[in-house]
Write a protein that binds this ligand. Structure first.
Ligand SMILES: [Zn+2]
Length: 345
């Protein structure tokens, strides 16, 4: 098949199978834009690319920027939950807030976009384990213990090596919170954890675990990517890792990089662990302004131009000989398998 035919076939697949992005900073950007006075944000900014790319479900992070820590972490977390849930309530014909796989499937079947919530760092609960249950009641179903910094639960991994004192694994509170999350029926997300914490989670968790947005360290040596041993360990527990579309995790050097470079990471995980452990956690950031003091994340660029274009990755996988069945696992099937095992209805 030629390039255009591959893309047409990829777009057809996106309309047919369930497509899930396990990581997008939707609630953060939605709240920031709303506070800046923008209106109709979901309809005008976010929805068109989701439709174009045939996306059926997106997991929004709850992420608190450094400038709000520590005093405003809880408030910021709650504001993001409220802002997102209000947006969903105001557009029920198109949006569906989901906490179970059944809800995701039924939203997709009726042409609505399913939206889930997951912590990217547990700063909003501080050191109060009861607040985890409060957020669970508000609909949060995923828990990334840390972002790339230290908190009460664990040590995050930096984007690039930094000078710092000895890093540790999970704290005693981190262990308790992990157990509480599993009891409540939340998935654990190890993206942004440091290596010590990663192996602690592997040892302590009783259910499959995800790395919502991490690539292969074998290909790009960022501490944010997983080593081959970590990928195999995650896979052995039945977990899934979401392929991250930010260029600093996709390729070495200045780039530019493309969907083809991202497909190399899919190939690598498929080769060493199996295609059943690959998903999407695209982490698209080009649309977000860099928060003050966090410009160290730049100059990362999305290797695909947003959700509207993710069929470029699918076309590349078709070109490399992946079956439609395997592609549907990558696009959403694998994550749904984990969610089915973890979420409690
Ligand atoms: Zn992240």
């Amino acid at each position: 098949m030629g390039k255009t035919d591959l893309l047409t076939e990829a777009e057809r697949i996106h309309r047919e199978v369930l497509v899930l992005d396990a990581h997008f900073d939707l609630a953060m950007d939605l709240l920031d834009r709303t506070e800046r006075g923008e209106t109709n944000v979901f309809r005008t900014v976010f929805d068109p690319p989701f439709r174009e790319g045939g996306v059926d479900c997106v997991v929004s992070s709850i992420f608190v920027s450094q400038r709000f820590l520590p005093e405003q972490a809880l408030r910021r977390g709650l504001d993001q939950v409220e802002c997102l849930r209000r947006e969903v309530e105001h557009w029920p014909e198109r949006l569906a807030f989901c906490t179970t796989v059944e809800e995701i499937r039924s939203a997709a079947a009726s042409g609505r976009l399913g939206i889930m919530l997951s912590f990217e760092g547990a700063e909003p609960i501080g050191n109060d384990i009861r607040l985890l249950s409060v957020f669970h009641r508000l609909g949060v179903r995923g828990l990334g213990l840390v972002w790339s910094r230290r908190n009460y639960l664990a040590d995050g991994c930096p984007f690039n090596p930094v000078k710092a004192g000895k890093a540790g694994g999970l704290t005693d509170l981190g262990v308790k919170v992990l157990r509480e999350a599993e009891r409540l029926g939340m998935w654990i997300d190890v993206s942004h954890l440091n290596d010590e914490g990663f192996y602690d989670v592997m040892e302590l968790s009783k259910k499959p675990v995800i790395a919502s947005h991490s690539n292969c360290r074998n290909l790009v040596p960022s501490p944010r990517n997983l080593t081959d041993d970590q990928i195999r360990t995650l896979a052995k527990k039945g977990g899934v890792m979401g392929m991250n579309g930010c260029s600093i995790f996709v390729g070495n050097g200045p780039g530019p990089f493309t969907a083809g470079d991202l497909a190399d990471h899919v190939d690598h995980v498929a080769k060493i662990a199996g295609i059943e452990h690959v998903g999407l956690g695209l982490d698209f950031c080009d649309g977000f302004p860099a928060p003050p003091g966090e410009s160290d994340l730049l100059p990362s660029r999305d290797v695909i131009a947003g959700h509207g274009r993710i069929s470029e990755l699918t076309a590349e996988l078709l070109h490399r000989g992946y079956s439609k069945n395997h592609i549907s696992l990558v696009l959403g099937g694998n994550f749904l398998r984990v969610l089915e095992e973890v979420l409690v209805s």
